[in-house]
Design a protein around this ligand. Structure first.
Ligand SMILES: C[S@@+](CC[C@H](N)C(=O)[O-])C[C@H]1O[C@@H](n2cnc3c(N)ncnc32)[C@H](O)[C@@H]1O
Length: 212
């Protein structure tokens, strides 16, 4: 990401991290069901990377409690401070996810919930290629992507006093990009649940597999 885009995301989440966390349902049924469903194909002690892990609740925490070896990555220092408080069992790295360098075939699963939506969309193909490369053959990519095409900034997101940027594609473009990267789609479908603003939001829920 460019310096200014990265600074907006970083400063924005440093500012809203606590409020954002207060909007999260730690028992969100769709989230827990998707994680449970993925766990059926993961080995015990699976190595799992959580991109844009935020404060780690509920996703990173669920993965760590399941016994997986979890690495959470986030660009926001405040988000990671919260994550280290709520998820003692995981390792956390402060980094822009587009600048990570893991060895090929390091992870059994990569998850990214509501985070790739902040990465400039022209960088999505390269990021998906990295994710594909970091996965072991047969590995799983579980993500919440978008159903709408949008690129822009809000100077006062949710009235929380922070600017935020989003950059993402519609559902069909996301599906095409995933297939072009080499993923097999187990599902990539719109699902609706309560959003941070309280009203329902529809997102593209994705479970994709790197072929063996
Ligand atoms: C909407 S929050 C989601 C947090 C968490 N995954 C969840 O579902 O609660 C998006 C998170 O992605 C992080 N993020 C956005 N762009 C990032 C990037 N390029 N690299 C690393 N983290 C990023 C933000 O700092 C923020 O913590």
């Amino acid at each position: 990401m460019t310096g200014s885009h990265k600074r907006t995301i970083e400063a924005g989440y440093d500012r809203v991290a606590d409020q954002y966390l207060s909007t999260k349902d730690p028992e969100d049924p769709l989230t827990l069901a998707a994680l449970e469903d993925m766990s059926h194909v993961l080995p015990e002690n699976a190595a799992v990377l959580d991109l844009g892990c935020g404060a780690g609740v509920p996703v990173t925490r669920w993965l760590a409690r399941r016994g997986y070896i979890v690495t959470g990555v986030d660009v926001s220092a405040r988000q990671l401070e919260l994550a280290r408080r709520y998820v003692l069992e995981a390792t956390f790295i402060r980094s822009d996810m587009t600048e990570l360098a893991f060895e090929p075939e390091t992870f059994d699963a990569v998850v990214a919930f509501h985070s790739i939506i902040h990465v400039p969309r022209k960088e999505h193909p390269a990021l998906l290629a990295d994710i594909h490369s970091w996965l072991k053959p047969g590995g799983t990519f579980l993500a919440i992507l978008t159903v709408t095409d949008f690129e822009g900034e809000d100077s006062n997101w949710e009235g929380w006093g922070a600017a935020m940027r989003w950059s993402h594609h519609d559902a069909e473009t996301n599906r095409s990009m995933l297939r072009e990267t080499g993923f097999e789609l187990r599902y990539a479908e719109p699902r609706t649940n309560p959003g941070t603003g309280g009203s329902d939001e529809t997102w593209l829920w994705v479970e994709a597999r790197k072929p063996n």
